[in-house]
Design a protein around this ligand. Structure first.
Ligand code: ADP
Ligand code: ZN
Length: 733
């Protein structure tokens, strides 16, 4: 094992000396305080006075000495929590410097559960008191007492919910002494994985990849890329590395792009290791979140599977990070601190001195460039497991074989679906558009229904009976009269969304069991898991869905995949449109024919000769990527050049434009640096705020952050105007 960065070698601050304390607030940096009576060390969580209240922060290091001695405030107390480990503190500083976010804003992600810093308490529950006093009875009170008599002790809020009463009723009964509080022991969670279980027998390719990953665990920092087609067993391979890291006594972290969709992944983990991993994502309840944070901090949780935010958990002894589906755009956080979790995972591994593993069937251009430069090592899995064939991919030229008017499925696709259902197999139709129709217009005058707060059409959701803005949530009922020409009942739906495709399929295949899967129909991990279970159990014949159907699922009876509009992702044509469409469609295609029955994929397109369609049809992925890479290199775009977006926004467009031109005049003039804009952002109005954008391009050697910092420091934004900096932007609206 290489030397680990241990937290025990922290230098201590004596009582009365100055310390720097970083607070989880969007302030510039750490503040100076005076240590109280306790010995403090870097990483300790402390309570400090801040503007008349108490705030919690982290001892960050040596004080800057900027605050005058007589104004220096004293640390109130040290919290009884394990210190924030050194590599996590280094990550906070690193991410802050890279993304140009205040360090406090990044720290906030690393201490997202302040409650976890206080000593763990047993859960407080209530039960019937042994000696019931005389109380005034009401029907609500009776229901609570009956419920409490019937069920084991419940938390007050849960008891109220079970009894169908407000929380005040339970509180009243507790005060009156009819109910009493009991402490429940905390459930024994986070059981250690069973390392004696054998994994499946690996194929020679899988074995070679797994051995390489296991060997890397002894070598300090490195990055390996498992580049394997869909269904090649990438998960089984990195499970071997997780097992080896655990056997060496270190923690492991697996990042998944969409944890809510990962029921099958969790099941597989449980089969392999006999326990569930700790999960980390936005749907966790408060108590679970606190317990998990704490279990990670004290080392009890040995494996965590999580969304990108899991990267900032306080692992004291992390020894491996896996980023599955590393190409997925969901790893990029857009609001608040805009960081890319894949890239920051690599940074975390470097700071901690251990390996990172990236897995994908379609690695990003960034990752491919790193492989070519020799920075990352590629481990190749060219074949599907157990001899399953890759699906056959057919482009349907919609110019030659169009669907009938007002329909969206070409006769070729309809025939394939017919055959599929006749053979007792399952199919999937993919369209990355929620709702019924993307656009609603008046037949009389052509008026289009638009969001008043955003540059966006209102999308009809017929099942919910309303039109919705997908950006701000604004919604209306379909107006009877056109607000423009006053014609009655003149609105008509234009184009298809998943609901409309499902409607067409239902009319075509009346006996097929059809389900629509989108973020509207399955919100939260439970609903998603139930959907996935139903499809896997063949209780559904046809699944119609957005990109959430594309991700990772393994449905053995699914043999036909139809992509309703393969050209959709190419619209707009941002820098990664081709790459992203190729990745997404490869992934959708990868759902077909994963077991014994061969799969077929149909891409409905008006551009069958587009390089993306060609690459998908021929399976010539590497040629496609090489060509995309050449285009990027020629244009000086990432990963061959550096790019940042500045989005200025404000409620008043004139003030905003004034600021944008002042900023433009102050722009740095550096060799090779190119500044495009200001221009209205494609989404020129979002949630009522106007938006202007600069794109800044620079050669790789330029310190982009330093130039931007200097530039933005020269012009002060007027009140109400916000400047968002996005280094390595992935969205361009
Ligand atoms: P990928 O992540 O590359 O898409 P998976 O790891 O999901 O591939 O594997 C696809 C399917 O094949 C899964 O059901 C998995 O359990 C199975 N599988 C892969 N490798 C093996 C193996 N060596 N032995 C048994 N089953 C395997
Ligand atoms: Zn809107």
């Amino acid at each position: 094992m290489p030397a680990r960065s241990l937290t025990s070698s922290r230098s201590c601050v004596s009582p009365g000396a100055r310390v720097a304390v970083l607070l989880p607030l969007p302030l510039a940096g750490a503040y100076d305080y005076r240590a109280g009576a306790e010995l403090l060390a870097a990483g300790d969580f402390v309570a400090v006075p801040l503007g008349g209240r108490e705030a919690i922060g982290v001892v960050w290091g040596d004080a800057a000495g900027e605050v005058a001695e007589d104004r220096l405030k004293t640390v109130i107390r040290r919290l009884p929590a394990p210190p924030l480990p050194r590599p996590v503190r280094d990550l906070v500083d690193w991410v802050a410097a890279y993304t140009m976010a205040p360090a406090g804003a990044v720290l906030k992600m690393a201490m997202s559960v302040p409650a976890a810093l206080e000593p763990a308490r047993g859960l407080v529950a209530c039960r019937l008191a042994d000696m019931a006093p005389d109380i005034k009875e009401t029907p609500a009170r009776r229901r609570v007492l009956d419920t409490a008599g019937r069920l084991p002790p419940l938390a007050p809020a849960d008891l109220a919910r079970e009894a169908g009463v407000g929380p005040a009723v339970v509180k009243g009964l507790l005060e009156a002494g009819a109910l009493e509080r009991v402490e429940l022991p905390r459930p024994l969670d986070f059981l250690p994985p069973d390392l004696d279980r054998a994994g499946p027998e690996l194929s020679p390719d899988q074995r070679a990849a797994a051995d390489a990953l296991v060997a890397a665990l002894d070598g300090g920092f490195s990055v390996a890329v498992i580049d394997g087609v869909t269904g090649s067993g990438k998960t089984e391979v990195y499970f071997e590395a997780v097992a080896a890291a655990l056997a060496a006594g270190r923690q492991s972290l697996v990042l998944l792009p969409e944890i809510a969709l990962s029921a099958q992944w969790l099941e597989r983990f449980s089969r392999r290791f006999g326990v569930r991993p700790a999960e980390w994502h936005s749907d966790l309840g408060d108590a679970r979140r606190r317990d998990t944070w704490r279990a990670v901090a004290n080392g009890e949780a040995q494996v965590v599977v999580g969304a990108r935010s899991a990267l900032f958990l306080p692992f004291p002894d992390l020894g491996l990070i896996v980023v599955d589906e590393e190409h997925d755009g969901a790893f990029k956080q857009e609001d608040g601190v805009s960081y890319h979790a894949r890239d920051m995972a690599v940074v975390r591994a470097r700071l901690g001195g251990f390996p990172a593993v990236l897995a994908s069937a379609t690695p990003s251009l960034e990752t491919m460039a790193n492989i070519q430069a020799g920075r990352y090592r590629r481990l190749h899995l060219p074949d599907r497991h157990a001899g399953a064939a890759m699906p056959e991919i057919v482009a349907i030229d919609l110019r030659r074989q169009p669907p009938p008017r007002g329909h969206w499925l070409s006769p070729v696709l309809v025939a394939a679906l017919e055959e599929c259902f006749a053979a007792g197999e399952q199919a999937m139709l993919y369209l990355n558009r929620r709702g019924y129709a993307p656009l609603t217009l008046c037949r009389g005058c052509g008026h289009r229904l638009q969001c008043p707060h955003c540059t966006a059409w209102l999308v009809e959701h017929r099942s919910a009976g309303r039109l919705v803005c997908h950006h701000c949530g604004h919604h209306i009922r379909l107006p009877r009269k056109c607000p423009h020409c006053e014609a009655e009942d003149s609105f008509t739906a234009c184009g298809p969304g998943v609901e409309r495709v499902a409607e067409e399929a239902a009319a075509r295949f009346p006996s097929a069991r059809i389900a629509v899967m989108t973020s509207d129909t399955c919100s939260g991990p439970h609903a998603a898991a139930e959907f996935v279970r139903k499809v896997a159990a063949h209780e559904i014949d046809l699944l119609v869905g957005t990109q959430i159907v594309a991700k990772g699922h393994h449905f053995p009876m699914l043999t036909v995949v139809g992509v309703v509009d393969a050209d959709l992702g190419l619209e707009g044509g941002d820098l990664r449109a081709g790459e992203r469409t190729h990745q997404l469609l490869s992934q959708v295609s990868g759902r077909a024919g994963r077991a014994e029955r061969p799969g077929r994929v149909f891409l409905q397109t008006y551009q069958p000769d587009h390089p993306v369609m060609r690459a998908l049809g021929s399976g010539e992925r590497d040629g496609f990527i090489a060509r995309e890479a050449e285009l990027r290199r020629a244009a000086g775009m990432p990963p061959y050049g550096r790019l940042a977006a500045l989005v200025l926004s404000g409620p008043d467009s004139a003030i905003l434009d004034g600021f944008a031109s002042r900023l433009s005049r102050a722009a740095p003039r550096l060799d090779g640096m190119e500044i495009l804009g200001p221009a209205p952002a494609p989404m020129a109005l979002l949630r009522g705020r106007h938006r202007r954008r600069f794109l800044v391009k620079a050669p790789r050697g330029v310190n982009l952050q330093a130039s931007l910092h200097d530039w933005l420091g020269r012009v002060v934004p007027p009140g109400g105007v916000r400047v968002q900096v996005d280094i390595d932007p992935y969205t361009f609206w």
